[in-house]
Design a protein around this ligand. Structure first.
Ligand code: PRT
Ligand code: ZN
Length: 283
């Protein structure tokens, strides 16, 4: 049995549970319960505040955890990072009021910066050789300049709309963050075996998310050009169509390159393009 700590309620909870569900792990979560046990995998869940997760994993109260890199690095807890999980993406940034004529970080020398990330901010300022005054506050950081509490802030940003609605602009990105799977530094052999099984499943799900399955028709004399656009996992599958001189080609395409590749495929003579999601890719 292995224990995993995930966020009880918040931005990471749903995605954490969904990822484990796609790994085939079934459990039921009662609303107020702190714990749950999976029916079909040797996994016990602990539902915690995200800030508590690194400490619990470092102490061994939990063996594994899912938490944002921002929270992990701020905590300075000693754990192993196993995998980046591709959700909860955000950046930790310094932002200043729109009227602040910001050119370089030196403009913040001697200024007051409000943040919930005092450790990451002071480390960044130290590395850059800038001395500013850090005001640690635990929430609603974005209102600090408006009420005269600070000259700038350092907070998480994703869409940027919170900054805009508070009359702030992003000045520097300190850290890019996403959710990660962390583990206690010393797991016994049985726990390591369960972790390896869990990671195999997580990686299969994540590879599936990064690719789409693509099917298209093309004249045979265009197949070489089209194949060059689709490196696929190995080489594409080509099957003859009933119409003489035409084939159906099946392959995979990376999600991030998707629209660019589709345009090139059409130019190269591909027709009837179908794109379907992939649930898992086993390597
Ligand atoms: O109760 P608990 O302590 O568990 O939760 P919490 O309130 O501390 O954290 P929660 O649920 O808000 O966030 C959990 C994690 O989600 C964070 O630690 C990040 O790793 C990740 N994450 C991703 C974010 C955001 N995106 C995000 N946009 N966490 C917070 N925000 C906030 C940000 O602080 C700011 O107030 O959203 C606002 C900015 O969003 P935009 O879209 O307007 O830029
Ligand atoms: Zn929190």
């Amino acid at each position: 049995m292995i224990k995993i700590a995930i966020q009880k309620k918040g931005r990471l909870s749903e995605d954490s549970i969904e990822l484990l569900a796609h790994c085939g792990i079934r459990f039921s979560k009662a609303d107020n319960k702190l714990k749950a046990t999976a029916y079909n995998f040797p996994l016990e869940f602990l539902f915690l505040r995200d800030d508590d997760i690194p400490g619990y994993v470092a102490d061994g109260v939990a063996d594994l955890g899912i938490v944002g890199e921002n929270v992990l690095l701020e905590s300075q807890c000693r754990v192993d990072v196993q995998d980046k999980l591709g959700f909860g993406k955000c950046r930790l940034s310094i932002a200043v009021p729109n009227a602040f004529e910001y050119r370089t970080l030196q403009d913040l020398a001697g200024q007051r910066i409000a943040t919930s990330y005092p450790h990451l901010l002071s480390q960044y300022l130290r590395e850059k050789g800038v001395e500013a005054r850090i005001h640690e506050i635990s929430g609603s950081v974005e209102i600090a300049p408006g009420i005269g509490l600070a000259d700038a802030i350092c907070d998480l940003v994703s869409s940027g709309s919170t900054l805009i609605s508070n009359g702030l602009k992003e000045a520097e990105v300190i850290l890019k963050s996403e959710a990660v799977l962390i583990s206690h530094r010393e797991l016994d052999a049985e726990k390591q075996r369960i972790l390896a099984d869990l990671r195999f499943r997580i990686q299969s799900v994540m590879r599936g998310r990064n690719y789409k399955y693509i099917l298209l028709n093309a004249p045979n004399d265009r197949l070489d050009a089209i194949t060059r656009l689709l490196p696929g996992i190995k080489s594409p599958t080509v099957m003859p169509l009933k119409d003489e001189g035409w084939s159906s080609l099946h392959s995979v395409v990376q999600e991030h390159a998707f629209w660019e590749v589709i345009g090139q495929l059409r130019q190269a003579g591909a027709e009837g393009i179908l794109v379907v999601p992939i649930e898992k890719i086993i390597e």
